[in-house]
Each structure stands twice: as C-alpha cells, then as structure tokens.
Design a protein around this ligand. Structure first.
Ligand SMILES: [Zn+2]
Ligand SMILES: [Zn+2]
Ligand SMILES: [Zn+2]
Ligand SMILES: [Zn+2]
Ligand SMILES: [Zn+2]
Ligand SMILES: [Zn+2]
Length: 240
C-alpha cells in the first residue's frame, strides 16, 4: 500500500486520503495535506467569518478556491450545517448585486424585487413583516417625507467625510501629499516623506534641532513665547 505523510497532522496515511486537488488551478498535481486536514482548515476559515476568501491550504499553492470548489469540500465531508450557511451567504451576495432587489430595512431578513423604473419616492412594502422601505435610500420608509426632504435632513456620508477631511487633513509641506491629523497631537510626521511639521503653524519640526519649540511661528500656541502672548491677549480680553 502506498502511503504519504500529511504535512499538517504528520500522520502516515494511505494515498487515497490525499484525494484529488480541489481546484483545477492548483499549482501542484498531488496533495501533501490529507483530506481531513484540508477540510478542517477550510472549516476554520468559514466558521470564523463566512466569505469567498478561501485558498487551497497546500504549501506554496494559495490558489483561491471558487464557490463550487468550497461547496464540494463541505459536501464530501458531510458538513451539512456549514454547507447551508455557505449557500445562504452565496444567495445573499448575489441578491446584493441585483439593482432591482431591495432588502427590508426593518431587519426581518426578507426582501422584495421591484422593477419600476422610478427610484425616488418609491415605497417597497415587505410581504413578511408588512413594513415599508425607501427604495432609494434603502432605509425604513421616511413617513410624510419625500426623498428630497430626507436628503436635506440627512446630509450624505460623502459630504460629512469631506467636511471631516477639511478639518482633519493638511498638505504635507515636504511632499505635497494629503496627510490626516494623528489624534490630538500637533506634531505631525508624514508617513510618505517623513517630514515633521507643526499642525497649527506648519513650521518644520525636526527633533534634531536643539530647541524644537523655537521652530514654531510666533502666532502658534506651541511657540514658547507665542503661548505667553496668547495668555496675555486672553487676560486683556477678560479685563475689558
Ligand atoms: Zn492530515
Ligand atoms: Zn492547491
Ligand atoms: Zn420586512
Ligand atoms: Zn428616500
Ligand atoms: Zn510628506
Ligand atoms: Zn506650531
């Protein structure tokens, strides 16, 4: 009897237990990982988070398995529970990609097809929970409100991100790249060119300089004297 040692469990097993390759795109003709270990490694990935990101576990292969190949491994190993879960995942994914399918926004897990050309102010009624969903915004139906009105009350995420970027990003004086503020710290270091500068006054802020504080512009609150001037200005204002 021909035998082989499994690269994972290190058991000597008959060759039949190293079945055929699971994918036609595999870069190896034989397998070094036994059937049980192959299945276990795929099960661990899918149990953790169901997805299509499953690769052939053979050393030096790493070919991404397609959904039929993943289903086949689960079917051969009689894992009906995981197979059902994976099927549901595939169905959900294909529905997500359809423009005329609308998930119920009330979380009942159901959804509806609708082929009307109109998209704004289109109310989709759920057959399962009897509640309504806005087809355009894909949210719970906004009662007594048109989609236009809803837009005005809910500035889009894009607008908000733009605003956030404006307040929290600057152009690096070193490489002209956009760089994001790093927490509450005013001492910025560009990840691209490693240029260091002050967030407030954009002054070059290299720690090699003996007194880095002096590098700030006098108008900057981080300048030792500037700080003092701001304090005086504040005190004067209080006196007035
Ligand atoms: Zn094994
Ligand atoms: Zn492979
Ligand atoms: Zn529903
Ligand atoms: Zn709407
Ligand atoms: Zn830079
Ligand atoms: Zn500064």
């Amino acid at each position: 009897m021909m035998t082989r040692e499994c690269a994972v469990c290190l058991l000597i097993k008959p060759e039949e237990e190293f079945g055929p390759t699971y994918s036609e795109r595999c870069r190896h003709t034989v397998r070094q990982i036994c059937n049980i270990c192959t299945y276990q490694s795929i099960r661990v990935i899918l149990d953790d988070a169901i997805s299509n990101q499953v690769s052939c576990p053979e050393p030096n292969c790493m070919v991404k398995l397609i959904s039929d190949e993943i289903s086949r491994v689960l079917a051969i190993n009689n894992d009906q529970i995981l197979l059902n879960k994976y099927d549901r995942y595939l169905t959900t994914r294909s529905l997500d990609l359809m423009d005329n399918f609308y998930w119920c926004a009330h979380g009942c897990g159901s959804g509806q097809f609708d082929d009307s050309k109109k998209t704004r102010d289109l109310k989709i009624h759920c057959d399962v929970c009897e509640k309504d969903t806005c087809a355009f915004h894909r949210v719970k139906w906004h009662d007594k409100m048109t989609c236009d009105r809803y837009d005005k009350l809910h500035p889009s995420i894009d607008l908000m991100t733009n605003k956030w970027m404006k307040n929290n990003s600057k152009i690096c004086p070193g490489c002209q790249c956009k760089i994001e503020k790093n927490g509450g710290c005013f001492h910025m270091t560009c990840k691209k060119c490693h240029h260091q500068f002050c967030w407030e006054c954009m002054a070059n802020y290299t720690t090699r300089i003996a007194k880095p504080q002096r590098q700030h512009k006098i108008s900057c609150q981080h300048h030792p004297i500037g700080n003092f001037l701001i304090l005086i200005r504040l005190m004067r204002r209080r006196e007035l």
